[in-house]
Structure formats: structure tokens, C-alpha cells
Design a protein around this ligand. Structure first.
Ligand SMILES: O=C(O)CCC(=O)C(=O)O
Ligand SMILES: [Fe+2]
Length: 918
């Protein structure tokens, strides 16, 4: 008890009190070495007096020699620069506990001073052999080389570290900085493949650039991919490529006009969209301008996704598609088919992943005819041009030129998975100038047989019987297994970021853990994925399997804590992940969770948010995320309550304050407003019947999914009389123009594919009072009268957003089709149609624009109906656009149920604590 108390005091920084207790302990237990050891640590670490520490360690050792006393003596000697003595102490520690890495790594640093770099390297080499999966020896090696003066040795050490364990942003950033400082190391050799593959596990020869070796710019990009908040020195930052120029308006328009059909997969790819058309058989065919080079601008490093079941055909007739080293070209999902014909793919780069030009997921197909793959790279990945994980590749008359991979297969890498065989058929395929840092300059095959001939290719076939020995020590780690595990982890991590790719990510992470059950990185990536996606049973099994083979690994214990919902951060991440999965389910995309429907998935997300809040009740981000999640789930009443409770718990949180401000700017109508509904009979409106299929398919999010709320064929309504007076309309326009004048122009604050010209109504102080009065008097009662099934009560209607929009023939003259993030929307005309030509609210399914007959009239419609602002060709059109929500729960559950669940969870926790105390 004395020792435990002393430890606690030392942790709190009270060295004197701790020392006193330890002296008392020594008196009680004169033969115990421990109080003396701990007093030594107090001297060494709290008081920074190594000499005093050494005397106490010596006294402790005299009573009984322990590993700790030897190890800490070494550290104290090292702190004084007594390297020989440090070395002796570390050796003694290692002799007592031969499997511990720490004294060996520390000894290497001492050896560097006493005997030089070669002796230090040798010691580290031996340490690495103790646990070939451990990061520490590689990190120590890099540090020792850097201490020894940097140079080629340090570059080699950092390359080894980052290629073996490509998971840490910090190490990537250090490699980048080192390469920038040593530009000659970053230069590529004149002849690729001239340098042999580095030997394993540690390459001792001085570093030389080799094919596939990451450059400084690659390492910097890798650091940012691993952790976007990584700080990079200016010299390194300067290497990052500048973002691509924005797409031309016509290309954007072409992309935006592809919301449905097989070419929808190019909706976010304005560089390809203009050349796309729907071909026979539901194929999206892209015909690139013959003989020309088209630059691919992918916002995602993973490239253009060919989704499950889709077919994309790229026809070149001698054209080139250049990714400019900024992204991969294509990633093909399960059941997706990519057909390439007569095209050159160049400049593709996979970052921390495989397949520099094309990455094929289990069950995907690539058919390439008359295709050249040139100068594509897989950085920290395999298959410089093409990588297949359990996919089919058919290549006819193709050439692979000068492609590179950091790992294996400079041109091509194919791996069969237990659940998906990879197949490879080559006819008239040639290879030249490809290279890979870790072997198989051209083609790497794992359990794959090639059908056909590969001219002049260096092929490395691996697989079958390369598994880790079940019994036996950690040493049993064949190089192929280690490499497979690293590749599957980086690829799985890349894919888990992408929509529709979660299933493939999970398969690859499972494959990594299966290939090497002892690998901490594979366990960590898989278990995190399983936990965040709520695969709780599989997570338990994975944890048990890992703990069984690596009982001492702290990761196992950490994950146990996570699994028992003891980490607020992990819970927040789980909630956010499940929330994204709900969004996928809403769009009708496959989701990677154990839940069969979105209600169950949403409930799991809500519970995870609440469990996180139970642990950290004043985390405003979690409160805000929960509110937003509920809002998009249609649980608006819960969202409102959660935002309010969140603001009370985190009064400084900016986003929560914004929500509160909006609620205050547009207060709910009083109950009396309900009586005005009767003043709006059917005859007060022109009803515009919208056809089936009016709701937007390109739903980014569903506030209240259209058809679920409104039925198949919804209606829009145009008021027969003005709901705002002429004076009010004129006042609003004048206030907006004055505001724009003061600001030096209108804002472009709302973001559809093109900027909009508008002012938020919240900025117009003089307009708000009368506008709110008009809302309660006419606008909201009118809305409630026409949509009694979704919004019967005026007092429950709430403003989600409101802005005044200006269209002019000369400037912004239209708004592309879209869906609003609202339950119901208004367009309120502020001027007469005689003041402009064209205009009106365009309804896509109707194929026509609907306009108000005069200023002050309104058009009302369900927000999820696909619509836009029809172009005007002359004059100016002013409208107020109003997004409305309804403060009720679409699920029909009683209001307040979410906060009630939080109370229950808290009570359960208190019950648990009480039991612990008993
Ligand atoms: O201009 C219109 O009539 C439609 C405007 C609109 O849909 C919007 O601003 O969201
Ligand atoms: Fe809209």
C-alpha cells in the first residue's frame, strides 16, 4: 500500500512525499529491492539527478538483481554520457530478460558512441530478429542512423521503416524531410532495376534510389494521407502538387446532367463526363478525343469508381488519359467491369495502396485491348499499373512500360483470396522498363496461374504453403506473408474511406489478419473496422485470436477497453461511421454493417453517440453530430432537443450556437396561427400535379425521403393571391440590394454545382420582423393547408434556411437541378414576370417551369423533388427561397426519446458503479 501510494504521489508530481513513503517502505521491508529502485527513478526522472539515482540503483541491485534496476542504471549512465557503463548495464538487463527489446535498442545508441555505426547496426539487426513485426527496432535504427550523421544510411533506414510499417504520418514526414535535405538520394537511377531488392529484414547497404522508391513528394503526400493534420516543413510542403484547376463550366454542366443511368458514375468527374454516353446493354461508354491527351482530375486519390455491377468502357482510338501523378485512374468494385480499348493510361499514382492505374477488387473484371500502361506508380503498394485482388484480368495486345511499385510487381500484381480466385489471361502482352523495390520487376502472382504468354516479363510466382507456422516463435514470418499482410492493410485502409467500398475493405483487412495473425497493424486495422461498423461478434473473435498469440501486446488490452465501450473517442468514431452507413442505405447503396435496414442502423448510431456523451458529456462535437444525424433521419423533434441540450452542456460550441441562433431568428408560430389554415381552401391555389419519379435520385441526404413522406406522385401549389404585399416585396429587394452594395457584391454562399447569387435573410435585419409576421399570418398556414399529411400543425413548421436570390440575364441566370435539404420548400416571387423573360421553378419530371403570376405569389413543393431555377434570358428575377422542416419525428416515436435513452444509459452506469463499490 505504501508503494502504491508513493507511485500515485510521484505521478502527481510530489516527489518529496513519494520519497518519504518509499523510505518508510524500506524500513518495513529492508530486504526488498523495490523501494530503492523507485527512489532511484524519482531521482532520475523527477529530480534529474542521475548520480543520486545510480547510487540507489546500485543499492537495489545489491539486494537483488532485477531487469528494471539494470535497465534504468543504463539510462542514468547514458544521461551522464558514460556510454561504456551504460552498455554494461543494458547488457546485464538483456541477459536477465532476453526477449525484451528495450535494453537492446538503448544499447545500440550507446554502441554508436563507443564502437561506431557498424556495431550499432548489428545490435539493431539482432533486436529486429527477436520480433520481426515490431516497429521499435526500425524506429531505433532510423534514429541511430540520423544521429550518426544522416546520409545514405538514414535514408535507407527511413525507407525501410516506412515500407515495412507504412502507417505513421510522423515517419513519412521525417522521410520526406530527409529526402529534401538530400536531393541526390531522391534521384532515380538511370536504368531502372539496376539496384537489387534490399535484403531482409534490414538492408544494410547505403541507400540508393531504386525503382518504386517513394520520393520526397510521395512521402509528404503519404504523411498527409495518413494524418491530414501533419505539419510539414515549408521545403517539404513546397513539393506537394498544386490542386488541379477547376473544371470548365461546360464540363461541370455535363457532369451535373448525368444524375441517372449508367453514366451516373461519372457525376463527379467533369474531365470524363463530356465524352460519356449510354451505350447498348446499360454500358457507360466514354470516347476520348482520338489521338489527344485528356487530363483526368479525380478529387479522390483512389480514382474513378466503377461501382458494383456497372460497366465502364473507355474507347481511345490512340487517345491518352493522364492522371498527372495526382490519383489512380480507376478502381473497380465487385461485379464491376472496366473495358479499355485503344487507349494509353499514364501518370496514375496509387498512394498507400496498389494498382497505380487500375485497382480491381474481389469479383471485378478488367478487359484491356490495345492498351498501353505507361509511367504509372503504386506508392507503398504493389502492381505499378494494375493490381488485382481476386479479380479477373484479360489483356490482349497490351504494353506495360516504365511502371513502378514500391512493393512488388512493377507492372502487375495479382493475388487470389480464399473467397475469390484471381485469373490472368494475357495475349500478346509486352513488358519493358518496369520495376519494383521489393521484387518481381514486372509481374507478381500469388496463387494465380497465367494463361497465355507474357513477353519478356520477369514474373515472380508465390503462394500456397507460405502461411505462418501455427506453433513456434514469432520468428516464423516468411517474407511473402509479411508483404501480403502489409499490402492488404494499406489497401483496406484506403478502401474503407470510400463509399460502396466498405465490403471490399473488410475482405482485405480480414485477409491481412488471416495471413499473419500476429501482426499488430493488421489486428489494429481489422478490429477498429469491426468495432466502428458494429460487427461486435466478429470483433470479439478477432480480439480473442490476437490475444491468444500475442498476450503481451498492449493493443489487445486497449481493444478490450474499446470493445466494452470505455472510449469516448472510439464511440464517436463508431457513431460517425454508422451514420455514414445509414446515408448509404438511404441512397440504396450497399452498407457494411450487420443491420438489415436503416432504422436499425440509425438506432445503433444514436446509441453510440449517446454512449460517447455518457463518457464525455460536454463534447459539443458529439452533441452536434448527434443532432445532425437525427435531423437527416427525419427525427427533427429529437434533433431540436439534442441541439438545445448540447448547447447547455457546451455553451461555447460554434455550430451549436449557430443552430440556436437560427431557431431564435425564426421563432415558431404561436398556436393561434393554426386558425388561419381555414382561410386557405383548395381554391386559393393552382395545383400542379407532378408525375411519378419526381423525387431526386441523386439524393445527397434525405431530410424526409420524398416518396416515403409524400407518396409516389406529389403536387406543387401556386398561390392564387399574393401572400406578401407589393410593399413587402419591394422592401425586401431594396434591403438586399443595399446589403450587397455595402458588401461590394452579392455572396455566393450556397453551393450547388455553380455559385448562387444570394443574401441570407438572417443578414437583413429590417426585413426579418415583418417577414416573420408574414410567415405566421399567411405563409405557414398556407403550407399546412396543402400538406396536411406531412405538416398539419403550423406551430411545428420551422425554417431551416432562407435566402433572397437574384437572377439576371447577364450574370447568374439559372440554378441547376437539385433537391433541397428540406421537407417542404417555397419560392416566393418578389417581382412580376413582366420584368424578365424565362425564369420560374423548373421541375425535372414535369419537364416544365412553373412561375408565379405576379410579385408576392408563392410556389410550394416537397424539397426532395428534383427542381431548379429556369434560365432567364432578359431582365432580373428576385425570389425568396425558404426551406422548411417540421418539428416532429418521422418514426412517430414519442418526443424526447433520445434524451431519455441518455438518462437510462447514465443510470445504468451509476448502477454499475454502485455494484463495484459493494
Ligand atoms: O429559382 C427558383 O425558382 C428555384 C430556386 C431553388 O430551387 C433554390 O434556390 O433552391
Ligand atoms: Fe431548390
Amino acid at each position: 500500500a505504501l508503494i502504491a501510494r508513493a507511485r500515485a504521489l510521484a505521478r502527481e508530481g510530489d516527489a518529496d512525499a513519494a520519497d518519504e513513503l518509499l523510505r518508510a517502505a524500506s524500513t518495513l521491508l529492508p530486504l526488498s529491492p523495490q523501494p530503492l529502485l523507485l527512489r532511484g527513478n524519482l531521482e532520475a526522472f523527477a529530480r534529474r539527478r542521475p548520480e543520486a539515482a545510480l547510487r540507489l540503483y546500485a543499492a537495489s541491485l545489491a539486494l537483488h538483481p532485477t531487469y528494471e534496476a539494470h535497465y534504468f542504471s543504463g539510462a542514468a549512465h547514458a544521461a551522464r554520457g558514460a556510454w561504456d557503463a551504460a552498455l554494461a548495464a543494458y547488457d546485464a538487463a538483456a541477459a536477465l530478460e532476453p526477449s525484451r527489446l528495450a535494453p537492446r535498442l538503448a544499447a545500440a545508441e550507446a554502441l554508436l558512441r563507443v564502437e561506431g555505426i557498424d556495431a550499432a547496426r548489428e545490435a539493431l539487426q539482432r533486436a529486429a530478429e527477436i520480433d520481426p513485426r515490431a516497429a521499435a527496432p526500425l524506429v531505433a535504427r532510423a534514429r541511430v542512423e540520423a544521429t550518426a550523421g544522416g546520409g545514405g544510411g538514414a535514408v535507407a533506414a527511413y525507407r525501410e521503416l516506412t515500407e515495412r510499417l507504412p502507417y505513421e504520418a510522423k515517419h513519412m514526414a521525417e522521410l520526406a524531410a530527409l529526402l529534401v535535405a538530400q536531393p541526390e538520394e531522391a534521384r532515380r537511377p538511370a536504368t531502372p532495376n539496376a539496384t537489387p531488392t534490399p535484403p531482409c529484414p534490414l538492408p544494410l547497404p547505403e541507400a540508393a534510389a531504386y525503382p518504386g522508391a517513394p520520393t520526397a513528394a510521395d512521402a509528404a503526400a503519404a504523411a498527409l494521407a495518413l494524418d491530414p493534420t501533419t505539419s510539414l516543413p515549408p521545403a517539404v510542403r513546397a513539393l506537394l502538387p498544386s490542386p488541379p484547376p477547376p473544371p470548365t463550366p461546360s464540363a461541370s454542366a455535363a457532369a451535373a446532367s448525368l444524375p441517372r443511368g449508367p453514366c451516373a458514375l461519372l457525376r463527379h468527374h467533369p474531365s470524363l463526363a463530356p465524352f460519356a454516353r449510354e451505350a447498348e446493354g446499360g454500358v457507360c461508354e466514354v470516347s476520348l478525343p482520338a489521338g489527344e491527351t485528356t487530363r483526368l482530375h479525380s478529387r479522390q486519390p483512389r480514382g474513378v469508381l466503377v461501382p458494383p455491377g456497372a460497366t465502364l468502357r473507355l474507347v481511345g482510338r490512340g487517345a491518352t488519359l493522364d492522371a498527372g501523378g495526382a490519383s489512380r485512374h480507376f478502381v473497380v468494385a465487385e461485379g464491376g467491369v472496366l473495358q479499355l480499348r485503344g487507349v494509353t493510361l499514364t501518370g496514375g499514382r496509387a498512394m498507400l495502396s496498389s494498382g497505380g492505374a487500375v485497382f480491381l477488387l474481389p469479383g471485378a473484371t478488367l478487359e484491356a485491348t490495345d492498351v498501353t500502361f505507361s509511367r504509372n506508380r503504386a506508392v507503398f503498394g504493389s502492381g505499378g499499373a494494375v493490381a488485382s485482388r481476386g479479380a479477373a484480368v484479360l489483356a490482349e495486345r497490351c504494353a506495360f512500360l516504365d511502371n513502378e511499385a514500391t512493393f512488388r510487381g512493377g507492372a502487375l500484381s495479382a493475388t487470389s483470396l480464399p473467397s475469390a480466385a484471381a485469373t490472368l489471361r494475357l495475349r500478346g502482352v509486352s513488358f519493358d522498363g518496369n520495376g519494383a523495390a521489393r521484387g518481381a520487376a514486372d509481374v507478381q502472382l500469388r496463387s494465380v496461374a497465367v494463361e497465355g504468354e507474357a513477353e519478356g516479363a520477369e514474373v515472380a510466382a508465390e503462394g500456397e504453403g507460405e502461411g505462418v507456422e501455427e506453433e513456434g516463435a514469432a520468428e516464423a514470418l516468411p517474407e511473402g506473408v509479411r508483404q501480403l499482410c502489409v499490402e492488404c492493410v494499406v489497401e483496406g485502409l484506403e478502401l474503407q474511406e470510400g463509399p460502396q467500398l466498405g465490403g471490399a475493405a473488410l475482405r482485405l483487412l480480414r485477409e491481412a489478419a488471416r495471413a499473419d495473425v500476429r501482426c499488430p497493424a493488421a489486428f489494429s486495422a481489422l478490429s477498429t473496422f469491426l468495432y466502428t461498423h458494429a460487427f461486435d461478434e466478429e470483433a470479439a473473435a478477432a480480439a480473442a485470436a490476437f490475444a491468444a498469440v500475442r498476450p503481451d501486446e498492449p493493443l489487445a488490452a486497449q481493444f478490450e477497453a474499446t470493445r466494452s465501450h470505455a472510449s469516448a473517442r472510439a464511440l464517436h468514431l463508431r457513431a460517425q461511421t454508422l451514420n455514414k452507413e445509414v446515408a448509404a442505405l438511404r441512397k440504396g447503396n450497399p452498407s457494411t454493417t450487420p443491420f438489415s435496414n436503416k432504422t436499425a442502423a440509425q438506432d445503433a448510431a444514436t446509441t453510440a453517440f449517446l454512449l460517447s456523451l455518457r463518457l464525455s458529456p460536454s463534447d459539443g462535437d458529439v452533441w452536434h453530430d448527434l443532432g445532425t444525424s437525427l435531423f437527416f433521419a427525419g427525427e427533427k423533434a429529437e434533433a431540436d432537443r439534442v441541439y438545445a441540450a448540447g448547447l447547455a452542456a457546451a455553451p461555447q460550441h460554434a455550430a451549436l450556437r449557430r443552430e440556436a441562433r437560427l431557431a431564435a431568428l425564426f421563432p415558431a408560430a404561436p398556436d393561434e396561427a393554426q386558425s388561419a389554415v381555414a382561410a386557405f381552401p383548395a381554391a386559393a391555389f393552382r395545383r400542379v400535379q407532378l408525375p411519378e419519379g419526381s423525387f431526386s435520385a441523386a439524393a445527397e441526404a434525405d431530410v424526409a425521403a420524398g416518396e416515403e413522406a409524400f407518396g409516389g406522385a406529389p403536387a406543387a401549389f401556386v398561390s392564387a393571391a399574393p401572400l406578401l404585399s407589393r410593399e413587402e416585396c419591394a422592401d425586401a429587394i431594396a434591403a438586399a440590394e443595399r446589403w450587397a452594395e455595402r458588401r461590394g457584391g452579392w455572396t455566393t454562399s450556397r453551393h450547388y454545382s455553380v455559385p448562387t447569387t444570394d443574401v441570407p435573410l438572417s443578414e437583413l435585419d429590417s426585413v426579418l420582423p415583418w417577414f416573420n409576421a408574414a410567415l405566421h399570418r399567411t405563409l405557414l398556414p398556407a403550407l399546412a393547408s396543402r400538406y396536411p399529411h406531412v405538416a398539419p400543425l403550423v406551430a411545428k413548421l420551422c425554417v431551416l434556411d432562407c435566402f433572397l436570390v437574384k437572377y439576371s440575364a447577364a450574370a447568374q441566370n439559372q440554378l441547376p437541378t437539385h433537391a433541397d435539404q428540406s421537407l417542404l420548400s417555397f419560392t416566393i416571387s418578389l417581382n412580376d414576370p413582366s420584368e424578365y423573360e424565362g425564369g420560374g421553378t423548373w421541375f425535372s419530371a414535369l419537364g416544365a417551369a412553373v412561375d408565379a403570376p405576379a410579385a408576392g405569389h408563392v410556389i410550394m413543393f416537397p424539397g426532395r423533388v428534383e427542381h431548379g431555377g429556369h434560365p432567364i434570358t432578359a431582365g432580373t428575377r428576385y425570389v425568396i427561397v425558404l426551406f422548411m422542416g417540421y418539428s416532429a419525428n418521422r418514426s412517430g416515436r414519442p418526443e424526447g426519446y433520445v434524451l431519455e435513452q441518455l438518462e437510462q444509459l447514465r443510470a445504468e452506469a451509476r448502477g454499475g458503479e454502485a455494484k463495484d463499490e459493494l
